[in-house]
Design a protein around this ligand. Sequence first.
Ligand SMILES: Nc1ncnc2c1ncn2[C@@H]1O[C@H](COP(=O)(O)OP(=O)(O)OP(=O)(O)O)[C@@H](O)[C@H]1O
Ligand SMILES: [Mg+2]
Length: 375
Amino acid sequence: MWPAMITFEHVTKRYPDGTVAVEDLDLVCPTGQITVFVGPSGCGKTTSLRMINRLLEPTEGRILVDGNDVRERDASVLRRDMGYVIQQAGLFPHRTVLDNVATVPMLLGVSRKEARRSAAEQLERVGLVPELGKRYPYQLSGGQQQRVGVARALAADPPIMLMDEPFSAVDPVVRGDLQREFLRLQDDIGKTIVFVTHDVDEAVKLGDQIAVFATGGHLVQVDTPERLLAAPANEFVADFLGGDRGIRRLTFLASDRVGLDESDVVDSTVAPGLLEALGDAGRDWALLVGADRHAVGWVPTSGVPAAAAARPVERTFNPAADSLRVALDSALLSPAGRAVAVDDDGRVLGTAAHADILRAVTDEVARSQRVEAAS
Ligand SMILES: Nc1ncnc2c1ncn2[C@@H]1O[C@H](COP(=O)(O)OP(=O)(O)OP(=O)(O)O)[C@@H](O)[C@H]1O
Ligand SMILES: [Mg+2]
């Protein structure tokens, strides 16, 4: 087990009007990992998050950071160790983007010049060009504002990041970019992150572990995304994860054991007899490759292998890096019904039929169940 960093011990939060927002929460958010809180609206995600940095206090129970009760520390000092990103980025409207990011380090006593220098660095880290630093928040797109929010939370280099639906206000394409950049950044910085979202896909993509809450502030299940999808604790969790649970699981299965066939990979110098033989063997298509072994496209085995007539390969998969979900998608998008496997340099390794991929799925699922049973 990972060393604990943020620990909830029997935490209950009752608001003055009697609403129980969080009930008897026991949870460990491990060091250097992303813990995602998901659940329906009003289930206590924000309340739980805000108790970590003492914007709210628990009614019962306690929250520990590295074994120490957060209530023993001065709230303002505690918050310096915790970057906090909220839904609408929460930027200061009357300060430039650069000064928004430089604010916390300056409060910590860093000189203005130094704070601005490191702010410029943070902006670059989250993928914003330096010129944007001179603008005011209203002059940025929603996605850019959210990046500034993340940069600002990172500026004081806190060990903990609390992020409350930080990417929810942007369209799905920008959101995908932000998620990818966020994961790349986390690879570098390895913070302990608590990340709130409504979105199951986002949770599965980002979470090292996912905590599923139900209305009334009950924690229903905590698990890795993979195990959550494979074995939801009850119907509520299964419903919440949605209908594509089986397909989503493919994301976690490696494609390196898919059996590959090279016999239908040809270049333009292929002997006509070979295409005919492929046709006789029931293959309607051959994959034409260039001299560099990069895919040109699918050509009918009944014709000549001409690049001009080739049907494009829309998606390939790299067995060393991609999941079975990518492999299956590659097969489904191909006129031949066959996925195209490539190496790191994009050179074709071979092709695989739907059936080969589904066989690999069955094998991988059985293998992960054996691993599960053994652990
Ligand atoms: N100040 C308050 N006084 C009374 N009840 C409150 C207060 N703040 C929040 N609540 C209630 O506590 C419950 C949990 O709220 P919270 O904001 O933690 O939910 P959430 O899971 O973050 O929801 P969402 O996904 O909509 O952001 C809700 O029922 C909410 O109405
Ligand atoms: Mg909320």
